[in-house]
Design a protein around this ligand. Sequence first.
Ligand code: ISE
Length: 342
Amino acid sequence: MSSTSTQDLRVGVVGAGQMGADHIRRITRTISGAVVSAIVEPDPGRAEAAVAAAPGARPFASIKDALAADALDAVIIATPGPFHEPVLVPALEAGMPILCEKPLTPDSASALRIVELEQELDRPHIQLGFMRRFDEEYRALRELIAGGDAGELLMLRGVHRNPSVPENYTQSMLITDSVVHEFDVMPWLAGSPVRSVEVKYPRRNGLAPVRLREPILVLIELENGVLVDVEMNVSVQFGYQVGTEAVLESGIARIGEPSGLQRWSNAAFSIAEHTTYTTRFARAYDAQVQAWVDAVRNGSLVAGPNAWDGYLVALACEAGVRALETAGPVAVESATRPDFYA
Ligand code: ISE
């Protein structure tokens, strides 16, 4: 349990569903220098459970009410993407530092509106919750690629497998809810933005819900010529896997292999496998939230992907959703990055 002090950052959490509840538990038990002081959650049952998990936190009906009561110093937004903009706008207008779960907003036009509003402040205030950038293996892979010891990066391969998905998960969410992470992390690994996105359909998994045509193979071309392929597969039943392989001129590097309990029994060898992202990326989420809290407390405010990164990902998602219905690559064209985000 983290100890609390009067200097602790007072964090308001908006949305106490799966990720919001996870962050509330994390801030209360693991993170140092912060407490959960306000919770905005319309569902009474969830709100009650969230307040019970965070001693001292007060429930509010809206972010505006929490801001008016001066109940927070910074905000975590963990509602579904379509509800981000109505929280981001008053929070930015109040000058709040923000950790916003992915996506920034559901489309590039609204993402650009947020980027424009943020530029009325003196510096970036929004960090995006692309937690993979805080995963130790992803960080090591990025360092290895940037170090150049194995030559230039040529290709990246990703596997992104979920055991199953909830009933509200639709075909376009293969892109906007799942591949969205690849649109952030692959350019970050390769040091180059997305140029085009193409989707190919292999044989359909008969175990997928009838509304989904998956798995899909996503081909992402980066501006520097690196080609990325991602297997997006959400009905694999057996576990949760996220892995990446980098093909370099004189070497191969791979991350995301199963690790943990090794077992020999019944004439077979096995290694424990994750079944959900909250355990697979638990350490990454901890590191992400701690880095954000530290950045807010030391005044730098952002310690990871920013709102401009969120805008670029929104553009790639739009191309990806179009690519679900289009033969061949769909181009991504971005506005010019303002110096504010340099
Ligand atoms: C989920 O929303 C996530 O963000 C996970 O990281 C991803 O693996 C999963 O496919 C999404 O549904």
